[in-house]
Design a protein around this ligand. Structure first.
Ligand code: AGP
Length: 366
């Protein structure tokens, strides 16, 4: 074990640290500056088949589902095709209408998650076209799908998924770019995404370097029994993933809400004992997200802002900054500090980080 940990205290820490190289591996040989697109040979879809895709649906469980939600946003933004994500665990039970013109993407680090495998089988039975976004070559889901996007994250041991999740979103950005470039996405917009993707490993490196400050913030709020994670549009799946990670390894109760939903009920819970983590991308919803912070502060709720924007000083109690990249790629970078926040909260509470209670790395039972 010592050897495999390579000097790290646990696998989650090692795997978070490996993210810059994992992203670089996922991008290697797949980005095309000349035509401002991506090459994803494993999909087995030629340009005509790509153009025929009328809808994209991502299916996965837990964090893989949230990564799929980030993927759906990317596909809608870059390719302007309707896209959504659904928990794979529900799919087969609701007798889904399978759309022959849709591209279904089964998302799984392990490739062994039973619920996701069952969704793939249901799709195939009903004539759906399904590809895998899988990290483990030769796994059950990879074999059942036959084609797809290999995630190249390398082995992931910690129950809490970090680098695999990051590589899922990076891969979906490339898929969205490819689907966009056979449609209306301009070469210059495509080039912007290619450049943004290339910058990611360096940007993630900079977020990871903020470790000590994030550890301090985690310690400050580790006593909280409940936390909100708030985001809108691009920030919404980021908030969901942040809440999931915190619950999973620290056992602190966390709930994610779309920021605009706060006023429809959950705002009643906000007080000095209920900190909120607010995701604030530097995009055209910035003013709305600043208003969310004010709304929480006005009820005495402490706020930790995760942002790549310049915030008015003193607005939030704590600010965790990430580098500014291309706005569509913001969810990838904004997720990284939330891994560290969960990690350091769990560590302050003395939890067994790699093996949280009641959980398994891959869920191969119903
Ligand atoms: C992630 O931190 C969780 N352990 C969990 O939600 C996980 O993402 C889910 O069980 C799916 O696993 P998979 O990617 O191996 O299919």
């Amino acid at each position: 074990d010592d050897y495999e940990l390579g000097g790290h205290t646990d696998f989650m820490r090692k795997e978070m640290a490996e993210q810059p190289e994992a992203i670089a591996r996922a991008l290697r040989g797949r980005l095309d500056e000349r035509f401002a697109t991506a090459h994803l040979g494993g999909l087995g879809l030629d340009p005509m088949a790509l153009r025929a895709v009328k809808r994209v649906k991502f299916l996965g469980c837990g964090s893989a589902y949230y990564a799929g939600q980030m993927g759906a946003t990317l596909v809608e933004e870059l390719a302007r095709i309707p896209a959504d994500a659904e928990p794979a665990s529900e799919f087969r039970y609701r007798n889904p209408v399978v759309d022959p013109d849709a591209l279904y993407v089964a998302v799984s680090q392990s490739g062994e998650t039973l619920d996701t495998l069952a969704a793939v089988q249901e799709l195939r039975r009903k004539g759906g076209r399904v590809i895998g976004a899988v990290n483990v070559v030769g796994s059950a889901i990879a074999r059942e799908c036959g084609s797809g996007l290999f995630l190249h994250a390398g082995p992931e041991v910690s129950v809490a998924s970090t680098k695999a999740l990051t590589n899922m979103t990076v891969s979906f950005a490339m898929l969205a770019l490819l689907l966009g470039r056979v449609r209306d996405l301009s070469a210059s917009a495509g080039q912007r995404i290619v450049t943004g993707l290339r910058a990611l490993p360096g940007h993630v490196e900079r977020v990871l370097a903020d470790d000590a400050d994030i550890a301090r913030i985690a310690k400050r709020f580790a006593h909280a029994e409940h936390m909100f994670f708030l985001g809108r549009v691009r920030g919404w799946p980021v908030a969901r993933e942040g809440a999931q990670k915190l619950k999973e390894i620290s056992y602190v109760h966390a709930e994610a809400y779309q920021s605009a939903e706060l006023k429809h009920g959950p705002l009643a819970l906000v007080d000095a004992n209920m900190p909120s983590v607010v995701i604030v991308p530097a995009d055209d919803l910035l003013a709305k997200n600043l208003a969310t912070i004010e709304q929480v502060k006005a009820r005495g709720g402490p706020v930790i802002a995760i942002t790549n924007a310049e915030l008015p000083s003193g607005l939030a109690d704590e600010v965790i900054r990430v580098p500014r990249g291309e706005p569509e790629l913001d969810p990838i970078l904004l997720t990284i500090p939330l891994q560290l926040l969960a990690y350091h909260t769990a560590s302050a509470l003395g939890r067994d980080i790699d093996k949280p209670r009641n959980l398994a790395k891959s869920v191969t039972v119903e």
